[in-house]
Write a protein that binds this ligand. Structure first.
Ligand SMILES: [Zn+2]
Length: 302
């Protein structure tokens, strides 16, 4: 098995409390997997297997109306076609009670507040732009909102940081980072719609802890999210993993490969008779199809 070309700086395993490297691939069944997903899964798989560790598959299926559970079977077939071996852990839809318990725990600290702002209201009121678009300006922080109406619950990040004190986390490629969850503003932890109680931030943080993930491997587009997740780990008393943010695959237009940009899905490639193991080895060696390359830095848009 080939090493990834970029160099890793994984701290001693003892520093995160486990003798085994546990990574995961956590796709959402909102659309088929494409080459970017394959690259991400292979990086996570190989980092675990090279260390005699475990590679987990977690289906993140609480995206409400967009979620198509039948796609999960295609994901499994795609990963097998690539020659990967994994252990599957429960999907997010089986973990709602743990999200509700954590939300309750956070509410009791007084660090969450309800918000009914629409996207448009936030965009027009926001003065700062964060990694995920306009930063919520804190309109509803400290405001009195009638009980009973559906609301999202946001984290008072400044107060949470004050209580937790300075936090750091380690990126395996970039070294120690001072946690800056404030860059993302007061993120939503509990979503407005009752079917999907936890936001990505809360659910992924809880799941990684529950699954014993020691090396959170994902794309560089989620680098900023790790600042938020480090704060949530501190607030909830969860173990702190190491992160590995791999570079993203981009198309000829410089934009990251996304489901909507028409890059052929893995399922299409599989159906066309392509050799999945050969494709996986090509991705490991950074030999990409024409027009596709690895992005150099954090700024991948639009
Ligand atoms: Zn609000």
């Amino acid at each position: 098995m080939r090493q990834p070309r970029y160099r890793l700086r994984i701290p001693s395993l003892a520093s995160y409390g486990s003798a085994v490297t546990v990574t995961r691939f956590a796709p959402s069944p909102n659309g088929p997997l494409h080459l970017g997903h394959a690259f991400s899964a292979i990086v996570a798989h190989d980092l675990a297997k090279e260390r005699g560790g475990r590679f987990l598959l977690r289906i993140e299926d609480i995206d409400g109306a967009r979620s198509r559970p039948e796609l999960a079977d295609a994901f499994r077939a795609d990963l097998a076609w690539l020659g990967l071996e994994w252990e599957e852990v429960p999907p997010q839809s089986a973990r709602l009670a743990s999200y509700e318990a954590a939300a309750r725990q956070l509410r009791e600290t007084g660090l969450l507040y309800p918000c009914r702002c629409t996207r448009a209201e936030i965009a027009s009121a926001a003065s700062a732009k964060g990694p995920d678009g306009p930063v919520y300006p804190g309109t509803c922080r400290g405001a009195c909102i009638a009980a009973g109406e559906p609301a999202a619950w946001r984290l008072d990040v400044a107060e949470a940081m004050r209580r937790m004190g300075p936090l750091t986390w380690t990126d395996a490629l970039r070294g120690e980072q001072a946690a800056r969850p404030d860059l993302a503003g007061d993120v939503v932890l509990v979503r407005k719609d009752a079917d999907t109680p936890a936001s990505y931030h809360l659910a992924a943080t809880l799941d990684d802890a529950a699954d014993g993930v020691t090396l959170v491997t994902r794309g560089l587009d989620l680098f900023a999210a790790s600042h938020v997740h480090r704060l949530l780990q501190a607030l909830l008393g969860l173990p702190v993993p190491v992160w590995h943010h791999h570079p993203l695959l981009i198309g000829a237009d410089g934009a990251k490969l996304a489901k909507r940009r028409g890059s052929p899905s893995l399922t299409d490639r599989r159906a066309a008779g392509e050799d999945g193991r050969a494709l996986a080895d090509a991705l490991r060696a950074h030999r990409f199809p024409a027009g596709i390359s690895l992005a150099a830095g954090l700024d991948v848009g639009p």
